[in-house]
Ligand binder design. Structure first.
Ligand SMILES: Cc1ncc(COP(=O)(O)O)c(C=O)c1O
Length: 402
């Protein structure tokens, strides 16, 4: 097969995800025989005459005008994610929160209503409890796993349904197909945050969502060294959000796009290992007397395990567990762990751990976290690609030292 044929297949999505992570989206960006996408640091793009320039500016010929709008390196990253999510179109952002806030602000207007759940990522929750109500958007947040309650809220009328599954940090799972059916019956759009699952484990668009977004900072980047966000879906919807981002300006930096492209080549390999490690560690943690609860969708004991089994191909690299003794026990355990970064991140090749109080829900008070069902004694443990036996030995010595 020629390189062009291989690239053609990658563009059309006829190849398996682990092949697509390597090949998709790169062909149009390669220059002068280079085998890797270049980092194009150019603020603007020049044209010899006004006619040619105008054709590009009006979208009649492909090309770039100004890097706040589009950029060759950034476009290659968007194309790779687009193919992996099986979407018509994709656009990117400086961070995951820029993807989320731009999507919500672009698609919602004062007087309209959005239905979501209580367990979204802390920053997203702030959008729902503060920023959207400030501009007159009505928000109803339902209990995350009460599907009937979410369906009733949708049926009473809304413009947009916002899902995140699995959730951060309690790993609750929502039935995307079921809620998309309810949303579409009410004439609403469905947006799903797929950060925890990644396109390797779950494709929300194939399950009925209209738009899927990611904090690329997490598993897509996988090395904790680049910030980014990405949104995929139908061309007209993505175009609307792209226009909002191009005007408000939270564009992805070309260097970050390059790091994300480079990292995504190993996405399938990393996720395969992280799925395996997390399941093994979750099972092991469940048997430890000091651990009162383990949240991981791959466990048979997980309340939405059946939904997860139906809609996910793997259960992801993040789990959380609760210690007897609350935040004091968490404070005592964390310093003993040798093979973790104690940091507010997840999805990296190295294991990362921390309590919601300093990570996902740092913006909330203990009372707000309690109201959201997030115990102070919880530790979010994002499993890396290390040897699972080493991680279990590390957890063993830390729990024994308590
Ligand atoms: C599920 C989820 N969505 C979105 C975000 C926001 O992403 P970023 O930090 O890239 O803005 C995060 C960050 O932790 C997250 O966990």
């Amino acid at each position: 097969m020629s390189e062009d044929d291989r690239n053609e297949q990658a563009e059309t999505g006829a190849l398996a995800p682990d092949t697509l992570t390597v090949w998709a989206g790169e062909r149009d960006s390669l220059v002068q025989g280079a085998t890797q996408v270049p980092i194009v640091y150019s603020a603007a793009y020049g044209y010899p005459d006004v006619e040619t320039w105008l054709d590009v500016a009006l979208g009649r010929t492909p090309g770039h005008i100004y890097s706040r709008n589009t950029n060759p390196t950034v476009a290659a990253f968007e194309e790779k994610v687009r193919v992996l999510e099986g979407a018509e179109s994709a656009t990117s952002f400086a961070t995951g929160m820029a993807a989320i806030s731009d999507t919500l602000f672009a698609l919602l207007a004062p007087g309209e209503r959005v239905v979501s759940v209580k367990d979204t990522y802390g920053g997203t929750n702030q959008m729902f409890v503060d920023f959207l109500p400030r501009v007159g958007v009505e928000v109803e947040l339902c209990d995350t796993t009460e599907h009937e309650r979410v369906e009733a809220a949708i049926a009473s009328g809304c413009k947009l349904v916002y899902l995140e599954t699995p959730t951060n940090p309690t790993l609750k799972v929502m039935d995307i197909a079921r809620l998309a059916t309810a949303a579409h019956a009410a004439g609403a759009l469905v947006v799903a945050d797929n950060t925890f699952a990644t396109p390797i484990n779950q494709n929300p668009l194939a399950l009925g969502a209209d738009l899927v977004l990611h904090s690329a900072t997490k598993f897509l980047g996988g090395h904790a060294d680049a910030l980014g966000g990405v949104l995929c879906g139908a061309r007209d919807l993505v175009a609307k959000v792209y226009h909002y981002r191009e005007i408000t300006g939270a564009a992805l930096d070309p260097m970050a796009a390059y790091l994300l492209i480079r990292s995504m080549k190993t996405l399938a390999l990393r996720i395969e290992r992280q799925n395996e490690n997390a399941l093994r560690i979750a099972r092991w943690l469940e048997a430890q007397p000091a651990v009162t609860k383990v949240n991981y969708p791959g466990l048979e004991s997980h309340p939405q395990h059946d939904i997860a089994r139906r809609q996910m191909r793997g259960y992801g690299g993040v789990l959380s567990f609760e210690l007897d003794g609350g935040l004091d026990a968490v404070k005592a355990l964390l310093p003993h762990l040798r093979l973790v970064r104690r940091a507010a991140n997840l999805g990296a090749v190295e294991t990362v751990a921390g309590p919601p109080a300093t990570t996902s829900h740092v913006e909330c008070t203990p009372e707000e976290r309690a109201a959201m069902g997030i115990p102070e004694g919880l530790i979010r443990y994002s499993v890396g690609i290390e040897d699972a036996a080493d991680l279990i030995a590390d957890l063993t010595q830390a729990l024994t030292a308590l």
